[in-house]
Design a protein around this ligand. Sequence first.
Ligand code: CDP
Length: 128
Amino acid sequence: MVVVAGALCDGGRLLAARRSAPAELAGRWELPGGKLEPGESPEEALVRELREELGVETETVERIPGEWPLKPGYVLRVWTARLLSGAPEPLEDHDELRWLARHELDSVDWLDQDRPAVAEAALRLTAA
Ligand code: CDP
């Protein structure tokens, strides 16, 4: 099973989202996303998840190479994404959002499995 997550970049900053559930992940920060639904491409799933969770319209830009294991049977794949319209709000799954500049990326406690992709996304952040 594939879980897709988005490195949403805008104005040289990356969006970090703090999970509100489940208890073992609550308070940790992640790249927002979720599981594919049947028949969806990963890119379609990511655009849907970012709409549901954040209330924004986005487009995927490029896949960050690699995949990272989650619980047994699940892997995380990450795409960079661009904001098309709206301002992200923590509608679902998160209780706080932060736009982080490259030098601020270490200021939040990322989920371990998200860290390699965050580091790769940082290299792709264009200067604001
Ligand atoms: O929203 P949906 O129920 O489809 O998925 P989710 O609960 O947001 O994510 C599914 C699983 O992927 C959870 O176990 C998350 O911890 C994990 N995940 C992750 O490790 N890193 C992310 N950036 C996004 C999800």
